[in-house]
Design a protein around this ligand. Structure first.
Ligand code: AMP
Length: 423
């Protein structure tokens, strides 16, 4: 047998898996609820290719980030370097530029749903192929109201799914005016601590010092707590921006904490950074990550444009669902038709067509099993009802409808049957 690639998963009908985040019903709930949130807030869908030129991510994500090191990259037959997308902001901004969306007046509000690929070490909640849902707001305005509105939408979304126990963490990571000076101060502060910090911190100190703040290693924490926070080193415009953003959250009644060491993994972020963490995920507790990236469009060769967005992992969102929501997911067919004999088979075929036209999800026993076996199949596929058809039923015009949960049976005409199953 050829097994699937490590770190990838099959998303399956519930009856084939015990793992909640591998259940297709859960994926559909996450996606359909997201579509409803996006509809309410006026976001339009975009689908970009899974493969892009490696250069896009090198310029966008940056060469010294974890995500870049984890990319799946290959040389195409014509020598071009291609990567599976590790995230979708760079692709979305590329499309924004390529299709001249910046020529439109007003903000362009886009959302995407799709798989991303990172060659990370697989563990619970961390995969090499995972689903992401994200939004990007692009245009000429960087008003903090854009950020507050996007977060309000996320808040609505989490409530709609019944997800509680999350924490919204916000920070500002400054801009090109205040960050360089801060990074100098940070480097000096970290240098003193280097012997006490982990190998990763030592490496990042050289390549991407801001990311040292993000280190999760327990033994580094006491030392990192001592280094100055970027939040305290912001220039006036960045500080004003951050204050307005947090006061808008307050006005919407959205709770948050200021996380002074929160930075984002990609080079293109500036000013507002945020994440939502959950209490049910263990080590991989980040569900949503987002922030502002005003320089990205130009970095990718486009016109100046401001941007703000987030992405969340579908698997991690599912793992955060309350048990009750996950238990109620059901996309099983409503009706399974079992028949006895040739005449009943032809009758069942004709009847099933009429039932489907009436909108009833119907499965006919195409294998022509004996009644007991047919009912066992109805049970296994999770049908709510079974209809049993033999000569008597055809002659009398009354079918036997069996409730598969209670075992209760009723005799119904076709008309009553349709009424009962479409009620
Ligand atoms: P990022 O694009 O790194 O900011 O991640 C945004 C969100 O994507 C995270 O908060 C997670 O929910 C999800 N995510 C990132 N990497 C993985 C992964 N390897 N497996 C599953 N989910 C992931």
């Amino acid at each position: 047998m050829i097994a699937r690639v490590r770190g990838t998963r099959d998303i399956l009908p519930a009856r084939f898996t015990q793992t909640v985040d591998a259940r297709i019903e859960a994926w559909n709930l996450i996606e359909s609820t997201a579509r409803e949130a996006f509809r309410r807030y006026g976001f339009e869908e975009i689908r970009t290719p899974i493969i892009e030129k490696t250069e896009l991510f090198e310029r966008g994500v940056g060469t010294e980030t974890d995500v870049n090191k984890e990319m799946y990259t290959f040389e195409d037959r014509d020598g071009e370097l291609i990567s599976l997308r590790p995230e979708q902001t760079a692709s979305t901004v590329r499309a924004y530029i390529e299709h001249g969306m910046f020529n439109q007046p007003g903000l362009v509000k886009l959302f995407y749903i799709g798989p991303q690929f990172r060659r990370e070490r697989p563990q619970k909640g961390r995969y090499r192929q995972f689903g992401q849902i994200g939004v990007e707001v692009l245009g000429q305005s960087d008003d903090p109201a854009i950020e507050a509105e996007v977060i309000e939408m996320l808040d609505w979304y989490l409530k709609q799914l019944g997800i509680t126990g999350t924490e919204l963490r916000v920070n500002s990571i400054g801009d090109e005016n205040c960050r360089p000076a801060y990074i100098q101060v940070l480097r000096d502060a970290i240098r003193e601590q280097l012997p006490n910090l982990c190998g990763n911190c030592n490496q990042r100190y050289e390549s991407n010092p801001l990311r040292v703040l993000d280190c999760k290693v327990e033994s580094c924490q006491p030392y990192l707590e001592k280094v100055p926070a970027i939040t305290d080193a912001l220039c006036e415009p960045c500080r004003t921006h951050f204050e307005r953003f947090t006061s808008l959250l307050d006005a919407s009644g959205i709770k948050f904490v200021i996380a002074k060491r929160l930075v984002r993994g990609f080079d293109y972020y500036m000013r507002t950074a945020f994440e939502i963490v959950g209490d049910q995920l263990g080590a991989q507790n980040s569900i949503v990550g987002g922030g502002r990236y005003d320089g990205l469009s130009q970095m990718l060769g486009g016109p100046p444009a401001k941007g703000f967005g987030f992405a969340f992992g579908i698997e991690r969102m599912i793992m955060s669902l309350p048990a009750s929501a996950a238990a109620n997911l059901n996309e099983m067919p409503a009706l399974f038709i079992a028949y006895i004999g040739e005449r009943a088979r032809d009758h069942s075929f004709a009847l099933s067509r009429r039932l489907r036209e009436a909108g009833i999800s119907t499965v006919v026993d195409l294998e022509g099993r004996k009644l007991k076996k047919a009912l066992a199949i109805a049970n296994s596929i999770g049908a709510r009802f079974a209809l049993i058809i033999g000569d008597n039923e055809i002659d009398s015009g009354a079918y036997v409808l069996r409730d598969m949960t209670s075992g209760e049976q009723r005799n119904l005409s076709e008309q009553d049957l349709i009424a009962a199953l479409t009620a």
